[in-house]
Design a protein around this ligand. Structure first.
Ligand code: ARG
Length: 589
């Protein structure tokens, strides 16, 4: 269905043309003086130049033509030439009834549905999944869900870091711990075992130990580098260890992501890009796009329009090794082959800004990706602790994701138990649902690029701009609806949503009317925080309406049925929005 602003513009266009003004001046925005009006049109100001008239005269002309128009409760011209608008109660109610009837509450699916790759998560295999990867997973999941809801073919790829030095470190640490394993026997020529030589628990111990050792032991580090090189160049024994590492960690990673409500369509990684790399290097060299510089193979990416100097993209180091950028380019070649995406969205922290500028520019320069295909790097800021420094555990280490989730769930559990209206078993289950909402909303409600402070107390609060507050609102509506249902026989069904009889009720409707616009712009701008802002405001106007209106005691049955339909719509819109953000509401809380 049409956006409310466009509907209003349609309604005032004839007034502009009837006065001899171009209809393009009939643009409408939300009012920036909500105390004076709901919407405004500034077209008279713009038209003044064209028609060499005073803006206020134009505004008065237009307003006069709108007199008696049933769309409006009030239209007035105010100095220097604003047209202030209030919609009629019936018109707004009609808009609500259309939302109720339409699929997806009137949100139209995008017409050119292409495939969009969302590259998010980005966990590094065999390294613990820590809070640094949390934001990517949370933001990416919401973008993927939103795009899907809008009708795009969204393909989410976790793009694992599964090909780096951590693999060589693990191989060498394993050699030190279990030198008798066949993988380390140079003369071994049989099949390698199916069973991994370590459990996930052991693997979790091996990597940090190896990483620490490499920082103090130069020889060990050199061995790890050598092992990484051999793995990447086809050593069968190391390949077998690598497969074990992958199998064991993937099971664990999948569990971790599932707990966050994050799922991927593709579980690919840097290793999958390797087959494309030799061809890629050859192609870039042959076409003269890449050249040797101090032994390395590089591609220039600087442009005259750049405000700062950008270094060339290194495709191959002087020792012959491929780099992070090379594997991202290989991945792009594969993605083009498999999906020819109409858009790419990568979600990482902003420290990778230069990396993606380089990769995108090489991809376009070489023609691997069409010039007009958007390649978006959604960069996010750091999650800080209350001290303003990157979030750490109480002991000062990097917090592991599982522990973080546990900490949030415990905090929510304590809050639920304070009021103690449910059994502790139910409280545990509910705490998990609310905890996830607290965590995700706490992240998503900030503009992604900004750093934010991870504050458990604030995030888990049932009041204010928090996930639990939104859930609380939904639960409250559910409870009103179920009480209404219990006594329904006595009530009439009514005609639909009626024109509002209070300012609070109308505010709920006006807020709901923003829904389709918010969803679309949130996706276009890859900005899930806009949805958070919208549902926060919606919850707020709903709760004000609830506090000022006795829905269940209303004696006019048609009016009561209208209230019920309206709050059902609020619930539907809130649930849709949190579903897109990646969490859900419990039955009670
Ligand atoms: N594994 C990387 C990291 O931990 C993130 C991967 C992001 N995606 C990509 N295509 N480079 O920093």
């Amino acid at each position: 269905m049409k956006k409310i602003l466009d509907c209003i513009a349609e309604a005032i266009k004839p007034a502009f043309t009837a006065c001899g003004y171009e209809e393009s001046f009939a643009r409408v925005t939300l009012s920036n003086r909500p105390d004076l009006c709901e919407y405004q049109c500034n077209g008279a100001m713009a038209a003044a130049k064209t028609y060499k008239k005073k803006p206020i005269d134009i505004a008065n002309d237009v307003v006069e033509k709108l007199e008696g128009n049933p769309v409006f409760a009030q239209v007035s011209a105010v100095m220097p030439g604003f047209i202030n608008i209030r919609l009629s109660e019936d018109y707004v109610a009609d808009y609500m009834n259309t939302m109720v009837r339409e699929p997806k509450f009137g949100l139209e699916e995008s017409k050119n549905k292409g495939t969009i790759i969302v590259d998010y998560g980005g966990a590094n295999v065999a390294k613990p999944l820590h809070v640094g990867h949390l934001r990517s997973a949370i933001i990416g999941e919401s973008i993927k869900r939103l795009g899907r809801f809008l009708g795009y073919n969204m393909v989410g790829d976790v793009h694992l870091g599964d090909w780096g030095l951590q693999m060589g470190l693990i191989i060498e640490e394993l050699r030190d711990r279990q030198p008798e394993l066949v993988y380390f026997d140079e003369n071994y020529s049989g099949e390698y075992p199916d069973q991994p030589p370590f459990t996930i628990g052991e693997l979790e111990d091996i990597y940090p130990a190896a990483s620490a050792k490499s920082k103090v032991d130069e020889a060990f580090k050199a061995r790890a580098q050598e092992a990484t090189f051999r793995l990447q160049n086809g050593c069968e024994a190391y390949r077998a260890i690598w497969r074990h590492i992958m199998n064991v960690s993937l099971a664990d990673l999948k569990k971790n992501y599932a707990n966050l409500g994050v799922t991927f369509d593709l579980w690919k990684g840097e290793s999958d890009a390797q087959p494309y790399i030799p061809g890629l290097m050859e192609d870039l060299e042959k076409r003269g796009l890449a050249y040797e510089s101090q032994g390395a193979l590089v591609v220039d990416i600087a442009r005259d329009t750049d405000s700062k100097e950008l270094p060339p993209c290194i495709i191959r180091k002087s020792d012959g090794a491929a780099l992070y950028a090379t594997s991202d380019l290989g991945t792009i070649i594969e993605r083009e082959r498999d999906f020819s995406p109409s858009r790419y969205i990568y979600i990482t922290d902003k420290r990778q800004e230069l990396h993606f500028i380089q990769v995108f520019r090489v991809a376009k320069k070489a023609g691997y990706v069409k010039e007009d295909t958007p390649m978006i790097h959604l960069m996010f800021g750091t999650m800080n602790g209350k001290d303003g420094k990157p979030f750490k555990t109480r002991e000062g280490g990097v917090m592991r994701l599982e522990n973080l989730v546990e900490e949030i769930n415990d905090a929510v559990y304590d809050r639920i138990m304070e009021n103690r209206t449910v059994s502790s078993e139910e409280a545990r289950k509910t705490a998990q649902i609310i905890g996830l909402a607290a965590l995700k909303y706490g992240d998503l409600s900030n503009q992604a690029s900004k750093d934010y402070i991870f504050d458990i107390d604030r995030f888990t609060s049932f009041e204010g701009n928090t996930g639990p507050y939104i859930l609380y609102t939904i639960v409250r509506i559910k409870s009103i609806l179920s009480k209404y249902e219990e006594n329904k026989d006595a009530f009439s069904d009514g005609a639909g949503i009626l024109g509002a009889i209070s300012a609070e009720e109308k505010n709920v409707m006006l807020q709901l009317a923003k829904y389709n616009e918010v969803m679309e712009s949130s996706f276009a701008e890859t900005a899930p925080h806009k949805i958070c802002q919208f549902i926060y405001e919606l919850s707020d106007v709903f709760n004000k309406f609830y506090n000022s209106t006795s829905i269940l005691k209303e004696e006019d049955k048609a009016r009561q049925a209208s209230y019920v339909k309206l709050i059902t719509l609020v619930k539907g819109v809130l649930e849709t929005c949190i579903g897109v953000l990646g969490f859900e509401a419990p039955e009670r809380m």
